[in-house]
Design a protein around this ligand. Sequence first.
Ligand code: S3P
Length: 433
Amino acid sequence: MPAAVQERLIHPARNIIGSLRLPGDKSISHRYAMLGGFAEGTSRFTNFSTGADCASTLACMQSLGAKVNRTSPDSIEITGVAGRVAPPAHPLDCGNSGSTMRMISGLLAPQSGRFTLIGDASLSRRPMERIRKPLEAMGARLTLTDGHAPLTIDGATLHAIDYATPVPSAQVKSCILFAALQTAGTTTILEEVRTRDHSELALRAFGATLTRTSTAISITGSQSLHAIDAAVPGDLSSAAFFLCAAALFPGSSLVLDSVGLNPTRATLLDVLTALGARISVLNLEEKHDELVGVVQISAPPEGLGSTEVSGALAAQLIDELPVLAAVAPFTSGGIRIRGARELRVKESDRIALVATNLRSMGAEVQEFDDGLDIPGGQALHGATIDSGGDHRIAMAFSVAALRATGDTLIQGADSADISFPEFFDLLDRVAER
Ligand code: S3P
């Protein structure tokens, strides 16, 4: 493998034109890898995420006894353990991936044995109390290190619970669902804000039964899963960088093929439309209950307007907020973000890093505990960007750099590999200079 490029110089662009096919959705790839690794039989996935996070999940599933065969860079065959994992000889290394650590904990809590999960420095700072509480309420024992990883799970026979998630989190919901799948009785999860529902759809695709209302999901345990063949939809959170880039340039025209358009993920399209971008969605189809389609976008000739993101919208847009904030100075009326405190406990403190980096580029920005106010009508200049080793910060500021005056140096650009190793190549392909 070639050495990772730590820094990238981004030149301003004149326009964004072209068509792209995006790599597989990270959230769906994690779930397919976990459930495929847990199911009976051999699953085959195409357009599987090429990011390092999903590679961490595959490696963990392999350590737990699943057989993983990468038949091409984005094609995976995985033979599952049919519901019984093997106690691994070493700690399970979740790398940078909160999804891996939180969701696999749910799979492991009902298994017998002791499991230790570790992660990199960023993951070892992220809150894990949020999975300890529900899993312990079900009867497992989790030992954390000061609320964080490394964490140890002493698996046990669990009992069903009713649980209201205190912060909107699809990872916590999925953790509980994966434990409940193996637990006698009916577990019900109540969520005030509906978070991404890929786990619910994936569980059904692998043959499980669950019921849903607008705020509750119930699953009855002792169900077994069966292998599937699936094509993973393109990642809308990766598409977000290109959609925001195209929205910045009057005269732009971008087509994104086979993008995942699950309604719990597609809020960015509504926000960009509210800002004035012209978006159309074509060829909608369902694949294992996940919506997939072609997205076309062009920027409004008069430029982007203004918008506010708060409440449920902030939770549903959580991964897209860094890039939305990074392009906010180029709107006419600015963007106000509130109710996004969770951004502070992602791979970095994304509120602080967005504010610092926007200021480095010459923007005025006000930081709040749970959001940002970014006035519009601002011009940015090229600067050195501190990505904090956070993939979404590195990519968000590469997009802002396209409209800045002068070049921008992205430090820690290799972090894009976490979710989107193809990012810089694809950006070069559609950015007219
Ligand atoms: C994810 C859920 C979100 C998101 C993360 C992926 C998932 O995290 O930020 O990138 O795949 O379930 P939370 O569930 O912690 O909000």
